[in-house]
Design a protein around this ligand. Structure first.
Ligand code: CP
Ligand code: NVA
Length: 308
């Protein structure tokens, strides 16, 4: 499998066998790291990381991952770059391409990432936009695979906002042969274009479903997933969203209605008492910290595949 030179913008750009290749590479790199076996396949390579939004996991895992692989990562806050003073993204893309081997960007508009990728000569990695979070989704697939032993046929129920996270989960699930059911309040459903894309990727449109009631979504689900009610950039809507999403919480009662051994995922950061209770987040079925750890291994696989 050769993914060298490719961008990582949304999972829809990848075939099932390419995603399996990344997952197997992540598992292999994870084993090597745990066993203390060196895996410096990116010696001399550099990664510029542009962050227009806050981050704990994405930033630290990519930076650490690049170090493990023998390369160098540079954290660049949007405010400190000339982008913050109006330099066009197409100029930034062309200039950075003369210095570094890859560019990661976390920003608001997905179009900005597409523009960056269009003008950059090096692989561009989407570290989250308002519409997609594909590096998280790869770590989520890795986590489900590790805990449940398979992806095909797995039913994932997503409870909450029709946001970047559920968009990437629908695409990931569709490609990997999973069933993805989202329960969202009226007015907060996923983007219909993304739903249509996921349905076409799935081949069987009934595998990607949007329902109203969380109780309906979790029936028979082996994976429960949720995310914050107000994403980065929606801070002003927080109060209004707290009302709209009041019943969209993963709590012990909802968890009981899923499959007996269902696992609970959350991309984090979590708001205990809002989209998930502390009891479930800290409970025995929660794998959120394994999931957070897997960001590191999944990101190393992306970097190694695109750059080595
Ligand atoms: N899940 C996730 O992307 O976390 P950060 O915002 O901390 O990077
Ligand atoms: N939907 C959240 C995910 C954070 C990792 C956000 O965009 O803020």
């Amino acid at each position: 499998m050769n993914l060298k030179g490719r961008d990582y913008l949304t999972l829809a750009d990848f075939k099932r066998e390419e995603i399996w290749y990344l997952l197997e590479l992540a598992r292999d790199l994870k084993k090597k790291q745990k066993a203390g076996i060196p895996h410096q396949v990116l010696k001399g390579k550099t990664l510029a990381m542009i962050f227009q939004k806050a981050s704990t996991r994405t930033r630290v895992s990519f930076e650490t991952g690049m170090f493990h692989l023998g390369g160098l990562a540079m954290f660049l806050s949007g405010n400190d770059l000339q982008i913050g003073r109006g330099e066009p993204i197409e100029d930034t893309a062309r200039v950075l391409s003369r210095y570094v081997d890859s560019i990661l960007i976390r920003t608001f508009s997905h179009q900005e990432v597409l523009d960056l990728a269009k003008y950059a000569d090096v692989p561009v990695i989407n570290g989250l936009t308002d519409d997609f979070h594909p590096t998280q989704a790869l770590a989520d697939l890795l986590t489900v695979w590790e805990h449940l032993g398979t992806l095909e046929g797995i039913k994932l129920a997503y409870i909450g906002d029709g946001n970047n996270m559920v968009h990437s989960l629908m695409l990931a699930g569709a490609i990997m042969g999973m069933e993805v059911i989202s329960a969202c309040p009226e007015g907060y459903e996923p983007n219909p274009e993304v739903v249509a894309k996921a349905r076409s990727l799935a081949g069987q449109p009934e595998k990607i479903k949007i329902v109203r009631e969380p109780q309906e979504a979790v029936q028979g689900a082996q994976v429960l997933y949720t995310d914050v009610w107000a994403s980065m950039g929606q801070e002003k809507e927080a109060a209004e969203r707290r009302q709209a999403f009041a019943h969209y919480q993963i709590n012990a009662e909802l968890l009981k209605q899923a499959e007996k051994e269902a696992i609970v995922l959350h991309c984090l950061p979590a708001h205990r008492g809002e989209e998930i209770t502390a009891e479930v987040l800290e409970g025995t079925q929660s794998v959120v910290f394994d999931e957070a750890e897997n960001r590191l291994h999944a990101h190393k696989a992306i970097l190694a595949a695109l750059l080595a």
